[in-house]
Design a protein around this ligand. Structure first.
Ligand code: GLA
Length: 746
């Protein structure tokens, strides 16, 4: 015992020493961490604040004492600028590779002398405001090399949207090599991060999936070349801390305006900080940038809300109608398309008969789809004729002009399908211009849908595509609509035109596509053109600048379409989504019609095979649609019940002064004894009174449902009641639907 006691002072001393050593080590680790987190080990001093702000959102940058640019803040706008200065300089805004960065960079460059590093220091900033839009440019320069990187942020105040892109320039003698060139790098700091992505395949577009991000990198990308989407759409939600709902939670929604291979990368680092990097997919696309020739990245468009996904969607919709989509507030044409009605099997007589159907329905236009061209190799299936844009004489002896006239004689317009970027090996174009095709010189050709991609990087091919459209519209100036298709991605990628710059093909292809569209739009500024890519492959804001609408999917089964259209509705306004009523699904005509109505409605059906009752119903539906289309296209959208959450979907649109609303309700496959609860509406004026009327009714089309009681057309409710208590909807049984119109009564 005594022996042990004698040891006590020594143990005590030893403990103290150990404690001190531990504290000292701790301090050293912390200091080294600080100097690592803030390169140069400088204090957290803010030399300059740069604000990018909309009405409600702020993206704040700061120049540190080390002259680097930091992203200080991204979120709900703070009332006082001084408060931003209390924040720490944690994340360099646009991180270059090659110096002290250990995670995924925004940019990587190899200089003429082989030096693979870049340092970006703040040089200058400028701001310009035009109406609702304030554009801030921040110029960063390398202190050792003549390289300039300009970060540009356009803030759309009312819409709460920020659009950002990067311009990279240098004055070195020879080209520099760019291997990363992000449109945007954004940083978030939270406990947890939830990513929602939209993936799929042909006829399975926009499947929504949410997951919590774990340490490391999560990438959403595509390597398709001619289109962004097929397996993944260039859009995402990122919710902070908790999963966001339609009406709650902090969420960022982003999308890339690029009609080609894209990459969105989310890296969760050692300190639980998140980097989000979006841009062109740098995969196999090293870019040799010439002196003084700016490399301008595509635009990354994003929005933030502290109150859920509904608001970010409405932000996108408003922005898109005002700025993102061609003729975003203009008219759109209802139409009858012949694709699913005839496929390739038609001739002049059959078509003019179909015009009668379009007229009877009361739609604005008839759209002639694939199969009208090619003579040496007629386009009687997808195996031949693509590229030979002359009317097939045996099918259409009097040409397109005659069809335009015949349609007009029946009081409708005429539109036509083209797929100008592609070629079948069985075509005259292929025989004449083998050097106009993207393919590896020493390997077998690789087909997808029996076709190949033209080398649009070649100016002669650009002229060919422009001329095809221009000649057709010059010869037939009254063509009222074009459907522009693109039915394959790139494989065996090699451009005979670009020769030694093969890693530029994917980028130059998309730029060339835009160049052609610029020329077309300069001459035909408002002609409605639908963007299609073997279903929904081109659904991005890079292309929508030139197009009035897009084709969401070749899957027109109405149940599938509810999910697909639901997915697009998060990022794209209703006016852009072409929804056609077809016979693909087994649902009632009413159900299919009601589903198509929640967007830009059209038909692809044999009208002459409709029963009298179906035809009467459809005629009335077209009239209802014409009455409500302004509201559906331009109203605020509220997703009330998601088909991902329940065996039903409910969505509504409210006009600006909240005097009118329309609600769509679709029951999917509820269990027999399930009763749907009342639905609380959103977006109405609590102090207004509304009359509810069920429209698009079809006798026999649906039963009232087992528990359909409670709903009565003509009843009047206050907005307050409808939003707090809710409405019991009339369709409760399997595959039934209802369209409810709400009108203010004074
Ligand atoms: C693609 C489109 C369809 C149709 C066909 C024609 O698949 O998505 O709508 O136009 O091409 O071949």
């Amino acid at each position: 015992m005594g022996h042990k006691l004698a040891l006590l002072p020594f143990i005590n001393l030893n403990c103290k020493l150990m404690m001190r050593t531990k504290i000292l080590t701790g301090i050293l680790i912390f200091l080294s961490y600080l100097s690592f987190a803030q390169p140069g080990g400088r204090p957290n001093e803010i030399k300059k604040l740069i604000k990018v702000e909309t009405e409600r959102t702020a993206l704040i940058f700061a120049v540190g004492a080390d002259q680097k640019l930091y992203q200080l803040y991204l979120g709900e706008k703070l009332a006082s600028d001084g408060d931003y200065k209390l924040l720490n300089l944690l994340n360099e805004a646009y991180i270059p590779a090659g110096t002290d960065n250990l995670f995924e960079p925004a940019i990587r460059m190899v200089h003429n002398d082989g030096n693979p590093s870049l340092e970006l220091l703040f040089a200058d900033t400028s701001t310009a405001t035009e109406g609702d839009v304030t554009t801030t440019a921040i110029i960063l320069k390398d202190p050792k090399y003549p390289v300039e990187v300009k970060l540009v942020y356009a803030a759309f105040s009312k819409e709460n949207i920020i659009k950002t892109w990067t311009e990279i320039k240098h004055q070195e003698k020879n080209p520099v090599i760019l291997s990363n060139y992000a449109s945007a790098m954004l940083h978030l700091n939270a406990d947890k991060y939830w990513l929602t992505q939209f993936h799929g395949d042909w006829a399975k577009e926009m499947r929504m999936e949410e997951s919590q991000l774990t340490a490391g990198i999560k990438t959403i990308d595509s390597k398709l070349g001619t289109r962004a989407n097929m397996y993944a759409t260039p859009v995402f939600f990122l919710s902070k801390n908790h999963q966001s709902t339609e009406t709650s939670g902090e969420v960022i929604a982003g999308t890339l305006g690029w009609t080609g291979s894209f990459q969105m990368l989310f890296e969760l680092d050692n300190s639980n900080s998140l980097r989000m990097i979006s841009g062109i997919n740098p995969f196999a696309s090293e870019y040799h940038l010439k002196s003084n020739e700016p490399f301008i990245t595509p635009e990354f468009i994003f929005t933030y809300s502290a109150s859920g996904k509904g608001e970010v969607s409405r932000n996108f919709h408003k922005w898109a109608r005002n700025y993102g989509v061609l003729d975003g507030h203009g008219n759109r044409l209802t139409l009858l398309n012949n694709w699913e009605a005839t496929y390739f099997d038609f001739d002049e007589n059959k078509l003019t008969e179909l015009f009668d159907g379009a007229k009877e329905l009361g739609v604005d236009l008839f759209l002639l789809d694939d199969g009208w061209f090619g003579n040496k190799y007629p386009r009687s299936s997808d195996r031949s004729g693509l590229g030979d844009w002359q009317e097939t004489k045996t099918k259409l002896p009097h040409g397109i002009g005659y069809l335009v006239e015949q349609a007009e004689a029946k009081g409708i317009k005429f539109g036509i399908w083209i797929e100008p970027e592609m070629v079948n090996p069985k075509s005259e174009l292929y025989e004449k211009h083998p050097d106009w095709i993207l393919k590896l010189p020493n390997r077998d050709e690789h087909y997808y849908r029996n076709q190949l991609v033209l080398d649009l990087t070649n100016p002669q091919v650009q002229d060919f595509v422009f001329k095809l459209v221009d000649d057709m519209l010059t010869k037939n100036p009254r063509i009222g609509f074009i459907k522009w298709d693109c039915n394959r991605m790139m494989t065996n990628i090699y451009s005979p035109y670009l020769k030694e710059n093969q890693s530029h093909v994917q980028i130059e292809y998309v730029r060339s596509f835009y160049r052609v569209m610029e020329r077309i739009r300069a001459k035909y500024p408002k002609l409605p053109i639908m963007l299609c890519s073997g279903g929904g492959g081109r659904t991005d804001y890079g292309a929508l600048k030139y197009f009035t609408e897009f084709w969401p999917s070749d899957n027109t089964d109405a149940v599938e379409r509810i999910f697909i259209q639901w997915g697009y509705s998060y990022f794209f306004p209703t006016i852009t989504s072409c929804n056609h009523i077809t016979t693909m699904g087994k649902q009632s005509l009413k159900f299919r019609t009601d589903v198509a109505m929640m967007g830009k409605m059209g038909y692809d059906i044999r009208v002459n095979e409709m029963t009298k009752e179906e035809l009467e119903f459809s005629k009335a539906a077209v009239q209802n649609y014409n009455r409500l289309k302004e509201l559906i296209w331009n109203g605020d959208m509220y997703r009330i019940i998601s088909p991902y959450d329940e065996e039903r979907a409910v969505i509504m649109y409210v006009n600006e002064d909240k005097s009118k609303s329309v609600l769509f309700s679709y029951a999917l496959h509820p269990r027999a004894m399930n009763q749907f609860s009342s639905v609380r509406l959103q977006g109405l004026d609590a102090s207004k009174k509304y009359r509810i009327d069920e429209i698009n009714k079809m006798s026999g089309g649906r039963g009232p449902g087992m528990f359909g009681g409670g709903f009565q057309s003509g009843k009047i409710y206050s907005g307050d009641y409808l939003m707090k208590v809710g409405l019991s909807l009339p369709n409760n049984s399997e595959l039934t639907s209802a369209v409810i119109e709400l009108t203010e009564v004074k």
